[in-house]
Ligand binder design. Structure first.
Ligand code: FEO
Ligand code: CA
Ligand code: CA
Length: 671
């Protein structure tokens, strides 16, 4: 604890990931804006909505004019008064998963688990990289993918049975090419990749559908099932929605010119009331090669000059870099001037029917093309679906999609509720109000003269359209969730380490190495509304009662940074998962916050529930319907280091894995 409290912010500690730079040129900081936003942060959510929900009404910044004037040592209400019934655990630097007393956590379906009992067993390494007996691309296609991320549990059956058997659907965000091919942290040299190795990497991407069953309390097994399925970077898909027939998405390839192939970098996710899964495509840009570089100072930067009219769009999404060495052998990932349509086919939300293994996944273009972190679907009282989404890049935006009608009515007419509707981008005003700006062709300057010939072009170029509408640049929008007990929407903003970022009331720290969580309530608690009121739920960091003055509003004993995964469970507990730098360089972790017990500073009670292993992010969280089993993912344990978690049957490489958590007395998780 001393270590946590005493440690100043050190930017050199921060692991930068590919989202952690800006490709938004329209966000130069301005001193007047900084001053104005600091002075206007006495916001928000005053009285009304929280009182209506029967909660305390203290506003986070009601009387806190200075940017970081967090009082030290203020009394807080006794713990245990609200939704959180477990004993908070300490931060950890260990190589084991720790959960509170009275709970048990067990690894489940690590990378390489065969989908069927007669499937290929996990053996690390690739034959083409010199590892005799290692798994091939064909093996990997029949095994759980690498680097587990967003995840949902689809129950099978009803009543008690629904919580004993279901489909676990898991995103696989990216691959560690060293572990995958050489079974060590060492990546093959760029020239050493054979097409077989590229295919194995592509097979380790995508989504796994795995039928699972609880044998005895806390012990789950993979069930042999015709539902068990892998979706990879090579799975045939289709487009739907307003941009489906756009020439911008047509490569002209004889076999699949107008139909996309595969999904990559599936980070967070969503799930619909009609029983489908939404896999979101995040950092698709780095898979592509063919973009030259130029020197700026000592640095090699991507140079789009030769791409002519396509340069602006490629630049806005930061396309290029060939991070996975795919493009030399798989030309689909090699761009050339005049030949860029393949990259436009990524950056979408992909709808998957997990119950029908023969179904073709559909890329839903109405939800826009961004670096989709997740897609949380909320159903309104009138049966419309509202999809909340973040675009994870420094200074990028938050979005929502609103279906044009009741989802059951639309589906009865043979229409998808994810094709028919309006996409909006968020503006967070400094006075605590907010506006949803529609991305509709012909409105708000989205005209042919501005580069948008039709609605398809607005959607393919979502980021450029949102720039025109002057949306609010955010500190890397990650997961969204809706608390079903209050209607409040939550969004994690993981961090923004740039010292030249734009500062605004919704993103008040510069730099913001620890991140924060914003929340809002739609006007009238109507999720189709085009206005809202927002406040800052919490600012992460070393703690307001630490000596560090880092602007955090949480207590030092609850210190965390880089909030990413987020889920409000059916009771309203807000589960927070971290990915990246933590105060005191402790392992990534999962905490729970209780919005019903705001303290005298207007800050919710927070308790640490789980600590991961060294190098791993904690991501993906869902329970069975009875809330008595929780599934959480640990991604990239070791992260290139020597950790070998979860050390199953003598396997000495680290493997991303799900963790099954139960309360030993069979109670609801979190109580
Ligand atoms: Fe894949 Fe933005 O985390
Ligand atoms: Ca994430
Ligand atoms: Ca992240």
């Amino acid at each position: 604890m001393t270590e946590l409290a005493d440690r100043p912010v050190d930017l050199s500690d921060l692991n930068l990931d590919p989202d952690d730079f800006s490709s938004n040129p329209s966000t130069a900081p301005c001193f007047q804006e900084v001053a104005a936003s600091r002075m206007s942060r006495r916001t928000v959510l005053r009285g009304g909505m929280l009182a209506a929900a029967g909660f305390m009404t203290t506003s986070l910044f009601a009387d806190t004019p200075a940017a970081y004037a967090a009082p030290k040592g203020k009394a807080v209400p006794p713990k245990g008064a609200g939704l959180l019934g477990f004993t908070a655990i300490a931060p950890s630097k260990m190589d084991e998963v720790v959960v509170p007393p009275g709970y048990t956590a067990v690894p489940f379906i690590p990378w390489g688990t065969p989908l069927q009992p007669n499937g290929p067993a996990f053996v690390p390494g690739s034959p083409d990289a010199g590892v005799t007996g290692g798994n091939t691309a064909a093996d990997q296609e029949q095994q759980v993918g690498m680097h587990h991320d967003g995840m949902h549990y689809f129950p099978i059956g009803s009543g008690r049975n629904a919580s004993l058997r279901g489909l676990l659907v898991v995103n696989h965000e990216y691959t560690d090419e060293g572990l995958l091919h050489t079974a060590t942290p060492a990546e093959p040299a760029p020239g050493a990749y054979t097409l077989e190795m590229v295919r194995k990497s592509q097979a380790a991407h995508g989504v796994s559908v795995v039928e699972v069953r609880e044998d005895q309390h806390g012990s789950w097994k993979v069930v042999p099932s015709k539902s068990n399925r892998r979706i990879t970077a090579n799975t045939p898909m289709t487009f739907s929605g307003p941009a489906a027939d756009s020439p911008l998405l047509d490569t002209g390839a004889p076999a699949n010119g107008s139909n996309p192939v595969g999904t990559i970098n599936n980070c967070s996710h969503g799930y619909t009331p009609w029983g489908t899964y939404l896999a979101c495509e995040e950092n698709f840009n780095g898979y592509f090669g063919g973009v030259p570089t130029k020197k700026i100072g000592d640095e090699d930067v991507l140079d789009y000059t030769s791409f002519g009219d396509d340069a602006e769009l490629l630049d806005r999404y930061g396309v290029g870099g060939n991070r996975y060495s795919w493009s030399p052998t798989d030309k689909r990932f090699a761009l050339a001037p005049g030949d860029v349509e393949e990259v436009n086919r990524f950056g979408w939300v992909v709808e998957i029917d997990p119950f029908t293994a023969s179904s073709t996944p559909v890329k839903r273009t109405a939800l826009g093309r961004i670096k989709h972190e997740g897609a949380f679907v909320h159903v309104t009282k009138g049966g419309r679906v509202v999809v909340y989404m973040g675009d994870d890049q420094r200074n990028d935006y938050a979005y929502k999609f609103v279906s044009s009608g009741n989802w059951k009515s639309l589906r009865a007419r043979g229409l998808s509720p994810l094709d028919e509707g309006t996409l909006y981008v968020a503006r967070f005003n400094n006075d605590g109000s907010g506006t949803w700006l529609p991305l509709i062709h012909g409105e708000g300057g989205l005209t042919p003269e501005a580069g948008f010939a039709d609605q398809a072009e607005v959607l393919v170029k979502t980021r450029l359209a949102a720039d025109v509408l002057e949306a609010t640049p955010m500190d890397r929008p990650e997961w969204t969730t809706v608390d079903q007990t209050t209607g409040m929407v939550y969004l994690t903003l993981t961090n923004n380490t740039s010292s030249s970022k734009e500062i605004n009331a919704a993103n008040p720290r510069k730099p913001n190495p620890w991140g924060h969580i914003i929340r809002w309530q739609e006007t009238g608690n109507d999720h189709t509304a085009t206005s809202f009121r927002w406040d800052l739920f919490l600012l992460a960091g070393q703690g307001r009662d630490s000596e560090t003055n880092d602007g955090s509003t949480i207590l030092a004993e609850d210190a965390f940074g880089s909030p990413d995964g987020l889920w409000a469970d059916p009771d309203g507990r807000v589960w927070i998962q971290t990915d990246g730098s933590q105060p005191g360089k402790v392992n990534d972790q999962m905490l729970a916050a209780d919005p019903r017990t705001l303290d005298s500073n207007g800050v919710p009670e927070v308790r640490r529930f789980l600590t991961g292993v060294r190098g791993a992010e904690v991501t993906g969280v869902i329970t069975t319907p009875d809330q008595r089993t929780m599934f959480v993912n640990l991604q990239h344990p070791g992260d290139g280091g020597l950790n070998t978690w979860p050390q199953e049957k003598g396997v000495l490489v680290p493997r991303s894995s799900t963790v099954v958590i139960v309360k030993n007395d069979g109670g609801v998780i979190g109580t």
